[in-house]
Design a protein around this ligand. Structure first.
Ligand SMILES: [Zn+2]
Length: 340
């Protein structure tokens, strides 16, 4: 231990809501954070600095220059190396708190790996940017009675809600179906970093309350706050909806993975392919691809540039193809250069 715990956490222990006892609870707590972009970075940073003893950071993506405006755990070197966000986040956290355990998982959360990635934790934090993954977290969390905290930010507003299975409303109680039509995303509407940090701070504080056992202090509403217009609203989420598919009927359709595509759009003009687990050898693939475009790799990702496309491949064979939203083009590029 580089800094004694009582010194590191002294100012937090002084706060009566935490105290020495609460700090001990935090150090023995286990939390999973799904998605380590803007909200996930801020949540991870706050919980790691607060002394949550075990953090599992799950993210499918890699660091890019456009992330640096708001994703507080990353720096220019991470973007230059296209480091997976989970790897870069864990490195950064270890540099400011070596007393806690951080487990990085470079993966897309799916029905198949949900139990492994989200098991054995007391709390799940949402740092994702899409409803598909949030419904999956919700199904898993409700089925296993694990609390989770929904956190989202886009444009100038943030939204947060605590989900305590068996007590409060779940995500499907409030949003029975995924929003349809044009859904705003950070890629289409932009995002203010202050909206991210506001809502992440609110959710991280709710996490601390839950982990130290201050359940009476937990907010039981869906909260939204716009930092630009100053509009804010709260909707009660105190009780589950009696006809909720998820928490009343226990119909976990997202966990069952019915009809879940293995090729998905993932924002910013990209398609993700994760059709099967196919370990790839980066050195072999580099020599195979060199005649066809620019290739470079490190231990974590292989990048293949072939105008107008850019393929990022992970060691398990998952790929993100940038430069198209046409899944057929992405699939044929993958088949041609990686294998069908
Ligand atoms: Zn529900």
């Amino acid at each position: 231990m580089t800094i004694k715990a009582h010194e590191r956490y002294s100012r937090q222990v002084l706060f009566p809501g935490i105290g020495a006892h609460g700090q001990e609870h935090l150090s023995s707590s286990r939390v999973a954070i799904v998605g380590c972009g803007a909200t996930g970075s801020a949540l991870s940073s706050l919980l790691a600095r607060a002394g949550v003893g075990f953090l599992r950071i799950i993210d499918r993506d890699y660091v890019e220059p456009s992330n640096l405006q708001r994703q507080v755990l990353f720096d220019e070197t991470d973007a230059a190396e296209s480091l997976p966000k989970a790897v870069a986040a864990a490195r950064k956290i270890r540099s400011f708190n070596s007393d806690i355990t951080v487990e990085e998982r470079v993966a897309d959360l799916t029905p198949e790996n949900c139990a492994e990635l989200l098991g054995n934790v007391q709390l799940i934090m949402d740092g994702t940017d899409n409803f598909e993954t949030r419904y999956l977290i919700n199904d898993f969390a409700v089925s296993q009675s694990i609390p989770w905290i929904y956190t989202a930010a886009v444009g100038s507003y943030g939204v947060a809600m605590n989900i305590l299975p068996g007590e409060t409303a779940c995500l499907a109680c409030v949003f029975p179906d995924s929003p349809t039509g044009i859904v705003e995303t950070c890629d289409t509407s932009g995002i203010l970093n202050s909206a991210v940090n506001l809502v992440a701070s609110i959710s991280a504080t709710e996490a601390l309350k839950l982990l130290v056992g201050a359940k009476d202090k937990l907010r039981r509403t869906l909260l939204s706050y716009d930092v630009w217009t100053n509009d804010h609203a709260e909707v009660s989420a105190r009780r589950p909806r009696p006809d909720c598919r998820c928490c009343a009927e226990h119909n976990f359709v997202h966990l069952a993975g019915d009809g879940r595509p293995h090729i998905t759009l993932c924002g910013r003009n990209s398609v993700q392919i994760h059709e099967r687990h196919r370990p790839v050898n980066f050195a072999e693939l580099t020599s195979k691809l060199s005649p066809h475009g620019t290739v470079r790799h490190n231990d974590f990702v292989l990048k293949f540039f072939r105008e107008p496309y850019e393929m990022t491949l992970f060691p398990d064979g998952r790929a993100i193809i940038k430069g198209t939203t046409d899944t057929a083009i992405a699939r044929s590029l993958y088949a041609r250069f990686v294998g069908s």
